[in-house]
Write a protein that binds this ligand. Sequence first.
Ligand SMILES: [Zn+2]
Length: 167
Amino acid sequence: MNRLWAPWRKAYITHKVKIKGCLFCNALRCQNDKSNLVVRRTRHSFAMLNLYPYNNGHVMIVPARHVDDLDKLNEAELLDLTQLLIHVKKLLNQTMKPEGFNIGINLGKAAGAGITSHVHIHIVPRWVGDVNFMPALSSTKIISDSLQSSYEQLTQAHQKTSRGKRR
Ligand SMILES: [Zn+2]
């Protein structure tokens, strides 16, 4: 994987210290999905935009249950998680038209996991040349605008695809 240079992630490292409890469990308990950038909830999982993204449209797919590895999830949870991953990938394709994706899990601090106690799958859209493009967007204001815009795009795309059928 080409490393994306994301200088605003420094703010994440500073900010993280102030969060009490698990960021994912907090987001799940909170009713306001928009303020937490929660794009979609399913029976056993949810998808939220990363507040400190590696790239535009960086989403995390998270099981509702607080476990630190996939092997602690049951079959229904694993299926739900995978289906949500595929669904979000489709939404990203429709709205942002990426040229590729990095999809992966960081297990443990040594592997670069920011939150080690609650397993989550990263899905990061990629475009040719984005490694050079992203530093130009390093201002906090632009990142925040871009997150709001990604949120609107993804939730609207979901409403469009689910019109007429319930997911
Ligand atoms: Zn948790």
